[in-house]
Design a protein around this ligand. Structure first.
Ligand SMILES: Nc1nc2c(ncn2[C@@H]2O[C@H](COP(=O)(O)OP(=O)(O)OP(=O)(O)O)[C@@H](O)[C@H]2O)c(=O)[nH]1
Ligand SMILES: [Mg+2]
Length: 236
């Protein structure tokens, strides 16, 4: 049984930086880890790339030859990956042994984990290949400054959770940049009724019913839970 982590989250939330920190950490403690690039648009890496989607397809070629824009081109590349799960991916995975740990650095277009089925099928394939997979969802702590942004962050994470159906960890990234630590801490594991009160205060009165439903959804899925990550701190 192999192990895999799917690192997802909105554009610029710190996925690749997290992957490279994870790599350095594993180097330091003497564990073996393999970071896989699944972003056909990525160019620079701070970690050795164990597998690379760009060996299968290049975004630049797709944009040039098919006349697609960057996001349409990315979806095309990911669909191409989906079509090659039984060929390219299977061959690449054959290089890894039973106990190996793979970390997939994903692109940041949130449609990939909200409604486009590519990553879902990718995960199913990994499971068929006997990998134990989990999702790590990164959200930028810079957006945790008010309750409306918090709720929208929860919703996007929740849609990934529902679509991928994986054990799921939420991480609040870039904690080193947060000046008002207290302001963010209250969102790590907040009381639903306090969130609701804050949301009602922030929004016009006609949204009260909607606010209540939103908080209930978040609460039901036990989603109101983020782990803060400060990459400058050693103990993590
Ligand atoms: N201060 C600080 N900056 C960070 C941290 N993590 C990421 N960044 C910065 O945030 C920017 C985006 O980081 P990336 O790791 O490229 O984010 P990403 O999620 O891989 O981005 P995409 O792949 O383009 O979606 C870069 O400028 C990073 O240096 C962090 O923990 N602290
Ligand atoms: Mg990245």
């Amino acid at each position: 049984m192999g192990f895999a982590q799917l690192v997802i989250g909105p554009a610029g939330s710190g996925k690749s930086t997290y992957c490279s920190s994870l790599y350095q950490h594993c180097q330091a403690v003497g564990r073996s880890i393999n970071i896989v690039n699944l972003d056909p648009a990525a160019e620079h890496f701070d970690y050795p790339v164990a597998m690379d989607i760009r060996e299968l397809i290049s975004l630049e070629d797709v944009m040039e030859e098919l006349g697609l824009g960057p996001n349409g081109g990315l979806i095309y590349c990911m669909e191409h990956l989906e079509e090659n799960l039984d060929t390219w991916l299977t061959e690449e995975l054959d290089n890894y042994l039973d106990d190996d740990y793979l970390v997939f650095d994903c692109p940041g277009q949130i449609e990939l984990f909200s409604h486009v089925p590519v990553l879902k099928n990718f995960v199913e394939h990994l499971k068929r290949k006997n990998f134990n997979v989990c999702a790590v969802y990164l959200l930028d702590s810079q957006f945790m400054t008010d309750v409306t942004k918090f709720i929208s962050g929860c919703m996007s994470s929740l849609s990934a959770m529902i679509q991928l159906e994986l054990p799921h960890v939420n991480i609040l990234s870039k904690m080193d940049l947060v000046k008002n630590k207290r302001g963010v801490e209250k969102y790590l594991d907040p009381e639903p009724h306090l969130l609701l009160a804050e949301l009602n205060q922030r929004m016009a009165p006609q949204f009260e019913k909607l606010n209540k439903s939103l908080i209930e959804v978040v609460d039901h899925y036990s989603m109101v839970n983020f782990l803060p990550l400060d990459l400058r701190k050693e103990e993590r």
